[in-house]
Design a protein around this ligand. Structure first.
Ligand code: FMN
Length: 388
């Protein structure tokens, strides 16, 4: 068994183990992938202030996200098709998150259904909602999440239409994979994945198949999105959905200070500063670069979370020090899941927690709540000087 010391180690194993179609699906940004690359690269532009002669004993990464206790402020982000990265992927990732003490967010576009995950874990999880034209389906979906005792609804606002990811089109991405000469040739080299997948509870979109009728191709993410996602989603509709849910709401995909203000005004419990991991508007600024401006706009009015580009505990620390109360990892946990199933997700979380804890100590802090701008060296002009 290889020694895993960082998230990149998991990514290397993941790439070898999982069919190319699903590796490419995760490891892509839209169009030129500029925003996808910037998301991670911009974290590296921020440096840390070393502090010495500080008592480092009794450290803790424990915190809260939307009033919920967390072992560290790092949730698992909603990731579509997680159950194609590893058999029963959503159930396994949810269990790893539960055991670790961090929130798991189930995507609308998951393979395991809401009910599968609820049966498999005893703790409430968060459900991520994509809004569809079919209002009755959305109503039923929200009700299913309520019945499953989900403790927050995460409404994703940055994907009413799909940003084009070239590789998915070229690979003919679908769940389950369509058997063409190209996919068969690749699947033959991924036998361990295939054997496990034969025993999986599901291989189709679990929240959709059997719950909606009249879709031309329920296996194709692209076709489903184009046909079913609601392009008319606006603040009024978001408000209605929040009322329908009646519980805690996180609005995900905010990258603009005015949008952040609007989300706060609507009474969201948290917002996620996010560009969907660089998968939607290519050319948008990275989440970490936008965070200071969004904090200036809404600090104190709404809890601010951040995702996109986090690959280490140092990245988490930087987001927290700039004011985020919580963060999410998408690809970082997918690498672990694809590499080693549930154990791999746990390993990803352990790696990040260790990095966060050690870095916090070397910055002279004992508690994540005490992190702040004083721990960072942020380049002048980090947010950029752009013409208004
Ligand atoms: C393969 C993949 C699938 C995703 N599917 C969804 C989804 O179904 N719903 C959603 O709100 N966000 C989705 N996202 C975005 C993530 O929730 C999150 O914003 C993003 O992964 C954060 O960036 P990171 O991967 O660099 O951590 C997806 C991301 C990836 C990589």
């Amino acid at each position: 068994m290889p020694v895993i010391t960082n998230i990149d180690d998991l990514k290397r194993i993941y790439e070898r183990r999982v069919p190319r179609m699903f590796y490419d699906y995760a490891e892509s940004g839209s169009w030129t992938e500029q925003t996808f690359r910037d998301n991670s690269a911009d974290f590296h532009d921020i440096r840390l202030r070393q502090k010495v002669a500080v008592d480092m004993s009794g450290r803790s990464t424990a915190s809260q996200m939307i009033g919920q206790d967390v072992a560290m402020p790092v949730a698992l982000a909603p990731v579509g098709l997680t159950g194609m990265q590893h058999a029963d992927g959503e159930m396994k990732a949810a269990k790893a998150a539960l055991d670790f003490g961090v929130p798991f967010t189930l995507s609308t576009m998951s393979i395991n259904s809401i009910e599968d995950v609820a049966e498999h874990t005893c703790a409430p999880f968060w459900f991520q909602l994509y809004t569809m034209k079919d209002e009755d389906y959305v109503r039923r979906l929200i009700q299913r999440a309520k019945d499953a005792n989900c403790s927050a609804l995460v409404i994703t606002l940055d994907l009413q239409i799909l940003g084009q990811r070239h590789k998915d089109l070229k690979n003919g991405l679908s769940a389950p994979p369509k058997l063409t000469a190209k996919t068969i040739a690749n699947l033959m080299t991924k036998w361990a994945w295939g054997i496990e997948m034969l025993g999986a509870k599901r291989r189709e979109f679990g929240n959709i198949v059997g719950h909606v009728q009249g879709i031309s191709d329920a296996s194709s993410l692209g076709a489903w999105t184009a046909e079913q996602f609601d392009p008319s989603l606006d603040w009024k509709k978001i408000e209605k959905l929040m009322e329908q849910w009646g519980g805690k709401v996180i609005l995900k995909g905010i990258l603009d200070p005015e949008d952040a203000k609007m989300a706060a005004k609507l009474g969201a419990d948290a917002i996620v500063v996010s560009n969907h991991g660089g998968r939607q508007l290519d050319g948008a600024l990275s989440s970490i670069r936008m965070l200071p401006r969004i904090m200036d706009a809404v600090a104190g009015d709404v809890e601010v979370h951040l995702d996109s580009g986090i690959r280490s505990g140092q990245d988490v620390l930087k987001a927290l020090a700039l004011g985020a109360k919580g963060t999410y990892i998408g690809r970082a946990f997918v690498y672990g899941l694809g590499a080693m199933g549930q154990k791999g997700v746990t390993t990803a979380l352990e790696v990040i927690q260790k990095e966060l804890d050690t870095t916090m100590a070397l910055c002279g802090e004992r508690n994540v709540a005490d992190l702040g701008p004083h721990n960072l060296l942020v380049p002048q002009d980090f947010c950029g000087r752009w013409q208004e």
